[in-house]
Design a protein around this ligand. Structure first.
Ligand code: AGP
Length: 609
């Protein structure tokens, strides 16, 4: 899952390219590279590590008279992060430069064939076969365009590609199969990127390529075609966010900015969707008829979105009495699940580009299930492939560790559960109870954020621990999984989320003064059970950080530190309860000197299997 950026037309220069991939760095950040077509030649530069504060002026990339350029930021799949493996990759002549996001599965056999035809390879990557393939086909095809198309037809796997040819410096050739490609339309320039973030500084007008499509970009326009050569008319769409949304806005990190935006993002998730008179929700992107025939739900997702899906299961079963399963995207696509008639497959994905979740959607459609997407990124592939769904409106999420998207996913799943519930006997009074509680969440989240410094102080006292347990029950069990995931992702501490009653069946053996336990006990219904679990941990010398309701003195007495959350309905407790866990993980990571926005080995959206 790399970041691709390209620019052809007025203002093409190394600065614009560097700025472009800096805005994509959350997609992969172990190495980067640029290629510009200046003065009738291609000049390439590749580096290992972060782009960070690189200044294009320091780069020996020529500068005057650039017509076009491409740039790439990498998340290594084939070949370690080295200069040789960084993109762009070239052919033997150095006249073709190409950047790629995805995996070419048949690169091994293609490489052997090309080697036998005398091609010399400089890298260990799968990508490098593509420019050599084009070079080989150029010997027999009438044009670069035809050679480019011919090469694409020989590839097996996923790709988002942008290529340049020294003999046609005023054009960029792009193609999509499995990895996202967005075109940016300007008056005297045309751009390409893996997602809209780097385009918004230049234009709001974009076009999303679909699988099996390619485009040739020129300064004054573009043409789009299928791989078979048929012309394709594409709908121009508007980017819904602005530059300020993708700036840090004075915060030291995007993660902290996004945690702090939750009062607003939670509000945006239900804004205009609450119908008080009917005690239900209005979800414009999903038609009533489809919801009325739902017999069961099957949620597919990965990572943090999967944790939200688990809470979605409890919400849909408790509020709407709809039997609901939750599967990891990768398990769903290969486990041949039983999908009965009346199954609604709900794909939850912040980025809308996660390969395994996307593949699960495609599998669900093959077996005839209805599908809806619960996504954040407007126009993303999962949203478009589902065709129906609910946007969570959390705004751009740049920090690799998902925070505000999680709470907005929970709000939207609550609205869906209330809506389905009202269709299936949930009373008006009960519906209103949930809607009232939802509308109190933004203010309550603000109260929690005001406790940030105290939470940071607590976190600093545990920053040297190397193992953590997070325990919870019912709605707080997935929240415990999420708290542990946040700590793992950004501080590299081993942390495990455990269903509290399961502790006695094994994990309690880990309890010791060196392994602190975060105990989530803010739900009314199971509070006494959690107090029992806290006693078991204390009895074995365990240190407890408790997240509980205001005024819960008993839990406070059992814990070394207690974080209180405002009172809300049990199903909505994770929306508030996860915020101190996000702040705790953030502060521990800061204390350990970790790069919280770009944690090692991770990327914001996982577009490869
Ligand atoms: C969460 O902090 C991680 N970035 C990761 O687990 C993420 O949730 C997962 O990759 C799914 O991403 P998606 O929601 O964009 O599909």
């Amino acid at each position: 899952m790399c970041g691709i950026f390209g620019y052809v037309g007025a203002g093409a220069n190394p600065e614009v390219l560097i700025e472009g991939i800096k805005r994509l760095e959350y997609r992969g950040y172990d190495s980067w590279g640029v290629c510009v077509a200046c003065d009738d030649q291609l000049t390439m530069l590749r580096r290992v590590g972060r782009i960070g504060g690189v200044d294009a002026a320091d780069l020996d990339l020529g500068g005057k008279g650039c017509l076009s350029g491409i740039a790439h930021t990498r998340w290594a799949t084939h070949g370690a992060p080295t200069e040789a493996n960084a993109h762009p990759h070239a052919d033997c002549t150095g006249k073709i430069a190409l950047i790629h996001n995805g995996i070419i599965e048949n690169y091994g056999s293609l490489r052997e064939k090309l080697r036998a035809q005398g091609h010399r390879f400089r890298s260990e990557t799968d990508t490098e076969v593509i420019p050599h393939l084009i070079e080989e086909l150029l010997k027999s095809e009438p044009s670069f365009d035809a050679a480019f198309q011919g090469a694409l037809r020989l590839l097996v796997g996923a790709y988002g590609i942008a290529a340049m040819w020294a003999e046609d410096p005023g054009a960029i050739y792009v193609a999509r199969h499995g990895s996202p490609i967005v075109l940016g339309l300007g008056k005297d320039r045309t751009l390409v990127a893996s997602d809209p973030a780097p385009l918004v500084a230049h234009t709001r007008e974009v076009i999303y390529l679909d699988d099996g499509e390619l485009a040739i970009l020129h300064c004054d326009g573009f043409e789009t075609r299928t791989l078979e050569g048929a012309s394709v008319n594409k709908r121009v769409q508007q980017i819904a966010f602005g530059l300020p949304d993708i700036e840090r806005g004075g915060f030291p990190h995007f993660m902290l900015k996004e945690i702090s935006e939750q009062p607003e993002s939670i509000h945006n998730a239900y804004r205009g969707r609450i119908v008080r008179a009917e005690g239900t929700a209005k979800l414009g992107g999903v038609d009533e008829a489809l919801l009325r025939k739902v017999q069961r739900c099957h949620i597919v997702a990965c990572g943090t979105s999967w944790n939200a899906g688990l809470i979605g299961k409890y919400l849909l079963e408790n509020l709407a009495r709809v039997p609901t399963q939750v599967s990891y995207g990768a398990e769903f696509r290969y486990s041949h699940p039983v999908i009965e008639a009346g199954t609604l497959v709900i794909a939850i994905s912040q980025s809308g580009e996660t390969a395994d979740t996307l593949a699960a959607v495609r599998e669900a459609k093959i077996v005839g299930a209805d599908t809806i997407g619960v996504c954040n990124v407007v126009g993303s592939t999962i949203a478009r492939e589902c065709g129906k769904g609910i946007y969570i409106h959390a705004g751009p999420e740049i920090g690799v560790a998902s925070t505000k998207a999680f709470t907005s996913q929970l709000v939207v799943l609550s609205l869906l559960a209330v809506h389905l519930g009202r269709m299936r006997g949930l009373s008006l009074r009960a519906g209103l109870l949930y809607l009232d509680a939802l509308e109190r969440l933004p203010e309550q989240a603000s109260q929690l954020l005001a406790d940030r410094e105290r939470i940071a102080e607590i976190a600093r006292q545990y920053a040297r621990c190397e193992n953590f347990l997070y325990v919870g029950r019912l709605y707080e069990y997935p929240a415990a999984l999420e708290g542990a995931l946040k700590l793992k992702e950004i501080s590299y501490i081993h942390a495990e989320g455990v269903q509290a009653a399961e502790m006695k069946h094994g994990p309690i053996a880990l309890i010791s003064p060196e392994v602190p336990t975060v105990v989530l006990a803010a739900q009314e219904e199971i509070r006494d059970k959690m107090v029992g679990n806290a006693h078991e941990i204390r009895a074995r010398g365990g240190r407890i950080i408790a997240v509980t309701q205001e005024g819960d003195r008993e839990m406070e007495g059992l814990a070394e530190h207690t974080i209180h959350i405002p009172k809300t309905l049990d199903p909505l407790v994770p929306v508030l309860g996860v915020i101190p866990l996000q702040l705790f993980a953030y502060s521990v990571a800061i204390e350990r000197g970790c790069d919280v926005d770009k944690p090692r080995n991770l990327a914001k959206s996982v577009t490869v299997e």
